[in-house]
Design a protein around this ligand. Structure first.
Ligand code: FAD
Length: 415
């Protein structure tokens, strides 16, 4: 057993709960940094070795099969020597007793614990909605949705996407690319307006419309019901109805923390950690479930739902555990996110806020052009940079974010 705040002994037992990107990166890092002790990995899904971003893109489009979306080749996973428990769910943790409980009654004692249970989709209320409205998070979800598109009648399947956030937008884009008739229903006046600001959100909405997708904004969904013919009807808060062969709900995710609720850990919109990702001595968190004290925001606690963040935090959480709380370094990196919609790669560096000063600096200075770089300024500093179909130019601004440049310096910069 390792002492409070001290690093893990090389033969200590580590339990990782959540077997996906962050959990796997943590396990790999423990091994690559010399940890020889038992590595127990518990994951609720039967198939854990797959990547989620392609599920709404190439996999749903039918362009990539399962072999292309593996996180790692199977022999690399075998080489980690994991004690894998898949299709099994943790239901509690006793932090003082250093023991994880599974809902089938099993328990695992640990010297170090990695919490990497990610997030799961929010669903529409109502029993009927649950049967006819799909969400997209897992390989099973994507396979089932692709099956509906494959079986589409001539003239295309009618898809209603509830929610114009990133997942909804990618589903709309991929379904439209497969010849579906797509309608996006967004409760806010502008899709993504609360994340990227109104003007950039409007550019995202225009991108949909340019590709023949109908975007209905400022309207919620009151009900989704099944029709006798096996289709669905979506009743909008405006009173209008939409007929659909398939309804996909993309209204955000919630961190998967139910199993931690009665623990001594601080759970509040995720597992709350310090800057080095410790939720308690010998307990670290990583990925979509983790709300850490972000040094780049003066220690404000934030939770991100980004692939790169989950991958980097998985690595960092493992290093923190090995170093021990007393010696661990803060997780301090510039956040990165991308989304592929139609023929445009949307990328974001940093922490944007909708009320930031937003200035278009690449392109013709106008969002209408369809390809641009926008700078987000807050309190005189560069807070974030968005690239809309401008990958090379975007990355030219990264050093400024790393250095904490002023907004004026960023405006004067030409990458
Ligand atoms: C369709 C889709 C497209 C995406 N596209 C992009 C993109 O283009 N760009 C981008 O930056 N990000 C994208 N993301 C987000 C990115 O995939 C996530 O940020 C990343 O998967 C988070 O990894 P994670 O390991 O933290 O959590 P997750 O991937 O959510 O994995 C957590 C795992 O823990 C398991 N689990 C949960 N509770 C328990 C429990 N109690 N016991 C045991 N196991 C449990 C879950 O079943 C799951 O397997 C996308 C996500 C989706 C779903």
């Amino acid at each position: 057993m390792s002492g409070a705040g001290e690093g893990l002994a090389p033969d200590a037992t580590v339990v990782v709960v959540g077997a996906s990107l962050a959990g796997l990166r943590a396990a790999e890092t423990l091994r690559s940094e010399g940890h020889r002790g038992p590595l127990v990995v518990v994951g609720a899904e039967e198939d854990f070795n797959y990547d989620r971003p392609p599920l709404s893109k190439q996999f749903l489009a039918g362009a990539w099969g399962l072999d292309r979306i593996r996180l790692r080749p199977p022999d690399k996973i075998d080489a980690l020597g994991l004690d894998l428990h898949l299709g099994r769910r943790a239901c509690a943790v006793d932090v003082d007793g250093r023991r994880v409980h599974l809902d089938d009654g099993a328990t695992f004692d640990y010297d170090g614990l990695v919490i990497a249970t990610g997030a799961h989709p929010r669903t529409l209320p109502g029993a009927e909605a649950a049967t006819v409205a799909r969400t997209l998070r897992t390989l099973g979800d994507a396979t089932a949705l692709a099956g509906v598109l494959d079986a589409a009648p001539a003239g295309g399947v009618r898809v209603v996407v509830v929610g114009g956030g990133f997942i909804g937008a990618e589903v709309a884009s991929t379904c439209a690319g497969r010849g579906a008739q797509v309608t996006v229903v967004e409760a806010l006046p502008t899709p993504l307006g609360r994340v990227l600001g109104e003007a950039v959100g409007a550019a995202c909405a225009q991108l949909h419309r340019d590709h023949g997708v109908q975007v209905l904004t400022g309207t919620g969904v009151d009900a989704v019901t099944a029709t006798p013919a096996g289709a669905a009807q979506v009743r909008l808060s405006s009173g209008a109805t939409l007929d659909a062969d398939v309804v996909v709900v993309g209204i955000g995710v919630v961190p998967s923390t139910a199993w931690l609720e009665r623990s001594a850990l601080h759970v509040d919109n995720g597992v709350v950690t310090d800057a080095a990702l410790f939720a308690a001595d010998q307990v670290v968190a990583a990925g979509d479930v983790c709300r850490w004290a972000e040094p780049r925001l003066d220690g404000e606690h934030v939770r991100l739902e980004h692939w790169t963040n989950a991958a980097e935090q998985g690595v960092h959480a493992a290093r923190s555990l090995l170093a021990g709380r007393r010696h661990a370094e803060p997780f301090d990196t510039v956040p990165y996110f991308w989304s592929d919609q139609y023929d445009v790669k949307i990328q974001m560096l940093g922490h944007p806020r909708p009320d930031d000063d937003i200035v278009v600096v690449e392109g013709t200075g106008s969002l209408d052009e369809g390809r641009f770089v926008a700078l987000y300024g807050r309190g005189g500093r560069l807070a974030a940079v968005l690239g809309f179909g401008r990958p090379r130019q975007l990355m030219g601004y990264r050093p400024l974010l790393v250095a904490g440049a002023s907004f004026d310096q960023a405006l004067a910069h030409r990458p």
